[in-house]
Design a protein around this ligand. Structure first.
Ligand SMILES: Cc1cc2nc3c(=O)[nH]c(=O)nc-3n(C[C@H](O)[C@H](O)[C@H](O)COP(=O)(O)O)c2cc1C
Length: 207
């Protein structure tokens, strides 16, 4: 099968029960992103269109697509635009329910960390807090907001930040490396599905 995505808006070609876009590039990291509104309200939301995009200097991006149910862009985009700051929090198996709860379409006036009972820890360089129970957090300063191609119904934007502070929990480090499988990070698959990393393997790169 092959098709031009433009001919199937919503990415649900004949024969498929649901939109397939989420199942095409998998697993995707989940950027669980904290931002602060201009009025100081905390927002926390997961983004699977997200990843590290450079290592030197370290840069991370997430894409806030579509709109807020109160109209206008999602809080995670408006806040990053207004304050120039955000925090990436690694989502693990233990945090899966809390992460999912923060994807609800909350009113703009709601502090999503407080509303979902997620403990915040202060950041060091930026103002948005981090998720205290997340073993890895990256404090970021926005370097660019890229407007992506958008449809009539969806306005898409990519927020790129330079990492200005890295947090790694002491327990995450075993024998001088980050024990990634031990952290059990989540990945996003298509539909309502997720993957959990519990096993890692190594390969040596060719010279
Ligand atoms: C695992 C997961 C991944 C998501 N990935 C994205 C994404 O990449 N882009 C996006 O716009 N929304 C994504 N969402 C939906 C947002 O989390 C949701 O719209 C959230 O309320 C963000 O809005 P806010 O910034 O106004 O809080 C995802 C939801 C879940 C549960």
């Amino acid at each position: 099968m092959n098709f031009d995505p433009a001919e199937h808006p919503g990415l649900r070609p004949p024969g498929f029960r649901h939109a397939i876009y989420g199942a095409l590039v998998v697993p995707r990291p989940i950027g669980w992103v904290t931002t602060l509104s201009a009025d100081g309200i905390v927002n926390l939301a997961p983004f699977s269109f997200s990843n590290l995009v450079a290592s030197d200097p370290l840069c991370f991006m997430y894409c806030a697509n579509g709109s807020h149910r109160e109209g206008g862009a999602k809080d995670s985009l408006l806040n990053a635009e207004a304050t120039g700051e955000f925090v990436f929090n690694l989502c693990t198996w233990d945090l899966r329910e809390q992460m999912n709860a923060t994807s609800a379409s909350s009113p703009r006036s709601v502090d999503e960390m407080r509303a979902t009972g997620i403990e915040a820890a202060p950041s060091i360089v930026v103002r948005p807090p981090r998720v205290a129970a997340s073993p890895i957090a990256l404090e970021c300063a926005v370097v660019e907001i890229v407007r992506l191609p958008s449809s009539e119904v969806t306005a898409n934007a990519m927020v790129v930040g330079r990492v200005v502070q890295v947090h790694v929990a002491d327990e995450a480090v075993v024998d001088g490396v980050i024990d990634v499988a031990g952290l059990r990070p989540l990945g996003r698959l298509g539909y309502q599905d997720y993957a959990v990393v519990e096993q890692a393997f190594s390969m040596t790169r060719p010279a």
